[in-house]
Design a protein around this ligand. Structure first.
Ligand SMILES: [Zn+2]
Length: 255
């Protein structure tokens, strides 16, 4: 069983409450972060260590994280949790992957949507050790192969637009092989990830526009960032929620 080190989560007293409240806390920190980081743009690019320092300034406790160029991953940005190389039974830090300029490796104002999206994910992770523990548990479960596969193939995938098929075929197909407690774990994890992704896209879109508006004088033209609507995350969240509700009702009846 992998343990989560205090350097990868906030102290218990800050993470109290229902998961909706913890989403609110991550959102507040994201708003605070934007207000600070936006002021650091005196040209259209900032150095990565300015970004890192600004994150450290607003973190309520010491969290280990490192910024990395996104050339090592297949998407624009990502937040991944990492195991301690000295003790692989412990998850103790994060890597935040961001787009950096090709030549000077700085962070461009035009990538505000990406860094605000990823910083929301990062704050969400540290405020929600329960979710982190669940995803670690799932990663060690015999059904682990379904989790990433299903999420990437159907839920967080623009090509999956047939919501009827998702509800009536794909989701029931993957759940059929699992015992009830695994189904619940799988669906709760999917629900949480979709919700987090919805928030992350909303933050990226809103602040991507706002930062350009604030700094009109620094840029030649304003570019509208993507809002992620084509993923149909809200609709998919609704489907996952309704199936989870059915399964939880069944579980209660059979007790
Ligand atoms: Zn995301």
């Amino acid at each position: 069983m992998i343990k989560i080190s205090p350097t990868a989560k906030l102290p218990v007293e800050l993470c109290k409450g229902a998961y909706e409240q913890r989403f609110d806390k991550a959102q507040k920190l994201t708003d605070e972060f934007f207000n600070k980081i936006s002021k650091k743009f005196t040209t259209k690019d900032i150095a990565p260590d300015v970004f890192t320092k600004t994150v450290e300034e607003i973190l309520p406790s010491k969290i280990n994280f490192q910024l990395e160029k996104n050339s090592k991953i297949s998407c624009e940005g990502a937040v991944v949790h990492c195991l301690n190389p000295q003790n692989t039974g412990e998850l103790n830090s994060y890597k935040i992957f961001l787009p950096l300029n090709k030549y000077d490796n700085k962070i461009s104002i035009y990538d505000t949507n990406v860094f605000m999206h990823e910083i929301f994910h990062f704050f969400c992770e540290i405020f929600n050790p329960k979710h982190l523990a669940r995803s670690v548990k799932l990663a060690e479960s015999p059904f682990r192969r379904y989790d990433d596969f299903f999420y990437n193939e159907y839920l967080y995938n623009k090509k999956c637009t047939d919501l009827e098929a998702l509800k009536n075929e794909h989701l029931p197909d993957v759940l059929r092989v699992m015992p009830q407690d695994e189904k619940i774990l799988f669906l709760q994890n999917a629900r949480y990830k979709l919700k987090e992704e919805l928030y992350a896209w909303a933050n990226g879109y809103k602040y991507g526009i706002e930062n350009q508006k604030i700094h009109k004088d620094l840029i030649s033209e304003e570019i509208e960032p993507s809002d992620g609507k084509e993923f149909k995350l809200g609709e998919k969240l609704g489907i996952v929620n309704s199936i989870l509700k059915e399964i939880l009702n069944d579980a209660r009846k059979n007790k």
